[in-house]
Write a protein that binds this ligand. Structure first.
Ligand code: SAH
Ligand code: SF4
Length: 371
């Protein structure tokens, strides 16, 4: 962390300088020019960052010493500390990271994830956070329980992948933005990070292997549709009527179901791949057969597929998952309507517990850290 040049804004230490891992090739080329350096230095630096994965400008040994000093003065070089790792090889692993300002976020590595978002089943998936906390306050979610702290910077999103790959010694080939936070509420930083993740000079993960999940920010879904990248989109629907969504997702009062579905229509018309509806099954809230019939109608309208996720109990919240037979019945209704649908069973439980409950996981993990 670069301490020099740090300023205090609203009680949070924020550096004046941009982090080197928040920049694209063309942006870095421009910076090099303005520093009086040849533009090709940008490619050299990016290769040290994303191919060789060094941790400092000092380690960029084929750059002249003067340039390394110049760069160290001109850019931040944030480092994410691993505070804790939960789980082991061959299982879902949860990584607790400490950011430069002390904030904690959690990311998850899911081995051999089921082919839920269009990926092959033998892929290693990283579930990433985009914010510290979440402002959207869905009634069932642990991430929103304690409110919102701040957006993650692009480098803090990219660094989750680098840190996971370093810790796990494995290459990640699939990304889902289903960790802490609402990705589309941090749109600019998310897009900047996705471009770095996708670029051949960056992490190099194909756009079709990147899934953004949203609770339903309709205008931002339209904005995402305008982006040229073929990113996958998952909608956290969790209710097939305004009545049900209003009960559990405050966002629905701002963008109601029809506004959301119309934005999804627009997205689907601009992109080649199918949308996914995520639907947590919560006993007595959204698991009635009528909801399944209506969900099927929405899915058919959009040619979307549906992932049913049995609710994972959150400490302090009283919601519960329906019985196995009620879950299966809900699924069978979708199938009757010929909607492609999956229901996460045994194995998924652990995965669900990992994603979407990060704030709580973090707190529990913290309690286990010896002081
Ligand atoms: N904010 C975004 C992405 C992060 S949440 C969104 O809401 O889509 C990722 C997913 O985890 C969402 O579908 C969310 O509804 C789900 N989730 C949250 N709490 C959960 C719980 N207790 N059990 C199962 N899924 C949960
Ligand atoms: Fe935020 Fe998503 Fe959790 Fe809702 S489900 S509170 S949008 S992280």
């Amino acid at each position: 962390m670069q301490i020099a040049g740090a300023v205090l804004t609203f009680g949070m230490a924020v550096s004046e300088q941009i982090d080197i891992k928040s920049l694209h090739l063309d942006q870095l080329q421009e910076r090099m020019s303005s520093l009086g350096q040849p533009r090709y230095r940008a490619e050299q630096v990016l290769s040290w960052l994303y191919q060789k994965r060094v941790n400092s400008f000092t380690a960029m040994t084929d750059l002249p010493q003067d340039l390394r000093t110049l760069l160290a003065g001109a850019f931040d070089f944030g480092k994410m500390e691993v505070a804790r790792v939960l789980g082991s090889r061959d299982t879902t692993r949860k990584f607790l990271f400490r950011l430069a300002d002390g904030s904690l976020i959690e990311s998850v590595l899911i081995p051999a994830s089921p082919a839920l978002y269009g990926s092959r089943s033998d892929r290693r998936t990283a579930c990433l956070s985009t914010q510290v906390g979440c402002a959207y306050g869905c009634k069932f979610c642990a991430s929103g329980l304690e409110g919102f702290s701040r957006n993650l910077q692009p480098n803090e999103i990219v660094d989750q992948i680098i840190a996971i790959e370093r810790e796990a010694g494995e290459k990640i080939d699939n990304i889902v933005f289903m960790g802490m936070g609402e990705p589309l509420a941090n749109f600019m930083n998310l897009m900047q990070a996705i471009q770095i993740i996708n670029a051949p000079w960056g992490i190099g993960i194909g756009a079709r292997h990147i899934t953004v999940s949203t609770s339903g920010l309709a205008p931002q879904i339209r904005k995402l549709a305008e982006q040229p990248l073929q990113i996958r989109l998952a909608i956290s629907l969790h209710g097939a009527t305004d009545e049900v969504r209003n009960q559990i997702m405050p966002i629905n009062r701002r963008y109601d179901l029809e506004t959301l579905l119309a934005a999804c229509d627009y997205y689907a018309s601009r992109k080649k791949q199918r949308l996914t509806f995520e639907y947590i099954l919560i006993a007595g809230v959204n698991d009635a057969p009528e909801q399944a019939h209506l969900l099927a109608k929405h899915a058919r309208r959009l040619s979307a597929k549906v992932n049913l996720i049995p609710y994972n109990t959150v400490h302090g919240l009283s919601w519960e998952r329906p019985s196995q037979s009620r879950q299966e019945h809900f699924l069978s209704i979708l199938r009757e309507h010929a909607v492609p649908a999956t229901l996460r069973r045994e194995k998924g439980h652990d995965i669900d517990a990992a994603c979407g409950q990060l704030r709580l996981q973090t707190q529990r993990a913290l309690e286990q850290i010896p002081t």
